[in-house]
Structure formats: structure tokens, C-alpha cells
Design a protein around this ligand. Structure first.
Ligand SMILES: [Zn+2]
Length: 330
């Protein structure tokens, strides 16, 4: 890698699903097509210097300097996609990246609710059928829970945005947080069983990285950091719950052989508060990443609030014109 000049700017890019999507069983999953990932990597290799997490942490400590156009690749949620479709590509090009699995899916092989919802939505092209099924469940639960009339929920949540239809947003919001905890978990499980599969553990086994794969990735120079136990909204957890989550993350990272010299964290949903920052610092984490969109300036940003770009913020081919996120750094 050619070090052009010392700089404190770092572009961090976040990825989730990276897989062959178009001809797959889940063709409408919101993720990055494998060939688009490869195209984006060409764009990145052309314009940036990809740095490792170890290099970034050393820069924060003042031990090393970042090259100009430094870029760090991060992959959230511990999908086996990352072992199958990303890791070989990185090894082939001699570059490193940081991976953020949650503990429970990795160790216990259990589906996270957030991913059950993704696959419920990806399995059924008729979203109205999904809304009908959801509303039916809500009606059945009305006697046991204190619920609003359906039209109130629909008025509040069935609003399209630039990515999703009203139906999709409605299903997401209702199952993510609008319904009481116990009920939304129950309905998510029911709908996952009806529309995706009854065998959650086999599905989880295929969906998520396992400890062996992570150890192989670490041995090949990849970094692994903390991403919650059950992908919690940490800002909604009280202090002692946050403490136990972070302790479990740290224990997990130690157990798979992550160097205690380089402990990093990525907040699930980008959600955290002042307690979270203090707790992860106390447990030896050097930095943490949010979902705030932007370029990190290591001199300006709080190390526990580093912004990132999403894969969709950068082009997906080497021939593409440079976007402003790239141009502004040149
Ligand atoms: Zn996540």
C-alpha cells in the first residue's frame, strides 16, 4: 500500500447481506448482489487505500498514520454470506475487513427477530397477503393485549418511504416495535413458520457464521468485533442489562481468539447512549461505530461514535463516475 500523505480522514463502509440474490429463493431480500460487491470492490481499489482495523486502532493511538483515501470495510450481523462470498474475495486481494456478528445467533444458532422479518418479507411477493395475515394475528390477540384498532396502526405506520412500500413499512414497524414485545415475537414466529420455514434452527445454521468460520477468518487477518448478544437496541436497555451484554460480547470475542489489543464495537441499529459508551470503554473496547452517515475524521470524532457510509452510497463498478463522498476527499 502506498502511503501518500498522513491524514485523519477515514471512510468506513457498512455491508449486511452480500450474496447471489437475483436467481435465488429470496430474490427480494434487501442486500447487495455478489457481482455488485465485486464491482464495488474494484471501484474502492481504484480510488481508495483499504486499511485494516488494526491500522485504524493504531492510528487512534498515534502509533501509525493513515494513508490518504483510507477506507475500512465493515460487515454487520455475522451472515455466512461473509464467509462464503466476501472472505475469499478479500483474501484473494490481500485486504482485511472487520466483521460484527451478534453472539446468540453465532453460538446458539438461533434466528434474530430482525432477520426473521427480512425473510418473511422476502418470501412472499404479495405484501397485501402478509398484511392480512399480520392483521388477523392482531385481531386474535386483541383480548389478551391492550391494542389499538387496526386502522389506527395503519394510519401511523402504513406510509411508504423512498425504499419501501406502505405495506412493507407497516409490517416492519409493527413487528419491530409497535406491538407489545411478547406479541410481536409470537406473531413474528408464527409468520416465519407460515411463510418461510418451521425449522428455525436449520435456517439459522445456514444463515449465520459459526465460531469455526470466524476463527479461520481471524487466522487469515480479519478483524471481529462486538455487535450485541441478541442485536439489542442498547439505548433501550438499562445500565445493568447493557453491562451484561457488553461483558458477554467481550467474553465471546476473547473465546474466538480476537486480540485484546484490538477490541471494537458496532452498535446494533446504531443505537447507544452515554452509558453504552462508558461501559464499552470500561470493557476495553477502543472504538465503536454508529449508523450515522458520514466520513470519519479521527481528529474530530468521538472514538465511540464513528459514522459510516452504506454500500449504497458508493458506486458498484470500477468504471462508474466518482461520487461526492469520494471526490470530496481527493
Ligand atoms: Zn446489525
Amino acid at each position: 500500500m502506498k502511503i501518500v500523505d498522513a491524514t485523519s480522514c477515514l471512510t468506513i463502509v457498512s455491508y449486511h447481506y452480500v450474496r447471489p440474490i437475483r436467481d435465488s429463493q429470496y430474490a427480494s431480500i434487501k442486500g447487495l448482489e455478489k457481482t455488485d460487491f465485486e464491482g464495488q470492490m474494484k471501484y474502492i481499489m481504484r480510488h481508495y487505500n483499504v486499511v485494516s482495523m488494526e491500522h485504524v486502532v493504531a492510528s487512534i493511538r498515534g502509533e501509525e498514520q493513515l494513508p490518504q483515501m483510507a477506507l475500512l470495510l465493515t460487515f454487520d450481523d455475522g451472515f455466512s454470506d461473509h464467509y462464503l462470498h466476501v472472505f475469499p474475495h478479500l483474501v484473494q486481494h490481500g485486504i482485511s475487513a472487520a466483521f460484527y456478528p451478534s453472539v446468540s445467533p453465532t453460538v446458539e444458532r438461533k434466528m434474530l427477530d430482525v432477520h426473521k422479518i427480512h425473510f418473511i418479507l422476502a418470501c412472499e411477493s404479495n405484501k397485501i397477503a402478509l398484511v392480512d395475515s399480520l392483521n388477523e394475528h392482531i385481531e386474535q390477540a386483541r383480548e389478551s393485549f391492550d391494542l389499538e384498532p387496526i386502522h389506527v396502526y395503519e394510519k401511523d405506520y402504513k406510509n411508504p418511504n423512498r425504499y419501501d412500500s406502505g405495506e412493507v413499512i407497516y409490517i416492519k414497524r409493527m413487528l419491530q416495535h409497535a406491538l407489545p414485545d411478547l406479541l410481536r415475537k409470537e406473531i413474528t414466529d408464527n409468520m416465519f413458520g407460515k411463510f418461510v420455514t418451521n425449522d428455525q434452527s436449520a435456517f439459522a445454521d445456514e444463515l449465520y457464521l459459526n465460531e469455526e468460520q470466524l476463527k479461520i477468518m481471524i487466522a487469515e487477518g480479519m478483524h471481529v468485533g462486538g455487535h450485541g448478544v441478541h442485536h439489542e437496541w442498547l439505548n433501550h436497555c438499562d445500565k445493568s442489562h447493557q453491562e451484561s451484554i457488553v461483558r458477554d460480547c467481550r467474553g465471546f470475542l476473547d473465546s474466538i481468539g480476537v486480540s485484546s489489543q484490538y477490541m471494537t464495537f458496532c452498535y446494533p441499529y446504531g443505537a447507544y447512549n452515554d452509558d453504552t459508551k462508558a461501559i464499552i470503554a470500561r470493557h476495553g473496547f477502543d472504538l465503536a461505530m454508529t449508523t450515522e452517515v458520514g466520513i470519519t475524521d479521527l481528529c474530530l470524532h468521538d472514538n465511540y461514535m464513528l459514522p459510516r457510509l452504506d454500500t449504497n452510497d458508493l458506486p458498484k463498478s470500477s468504471q462508474a463516475e466518482t461520487v461526492s463522498w469520494t471526490r470530496n476527499l481527493m
